[in-house]
Design a protein around this ligand. Sequence first.
Ligand SMILES: [Zn+2]
Length: 75
Amino acid sequence: MANLKDSIECIEKIKQDIRDLRDADYVKCPNHSNDKYPCICENFDLVNDKLDELSKDLNEIRDDLLHPAMQNINI
Ligand SMILES: [Zn+2]
């Protein structure tokens, strides 16, 4: 059965994949050779920021579920 810890780890792997895509040789950021063109690296970083938010939310949910006061509640 899937659990929150696995989901959080999965998000971290996706974030690394996105960083790898951003830095891949076949993704040429036009800004890096000529600064009159926009930098597309930020587009990748914006996706990672959203994943960061999701990861943070899941960590908070996990902390809440692990709180002793929650142990006797059936959900
Ligand atoms: Zn760039």
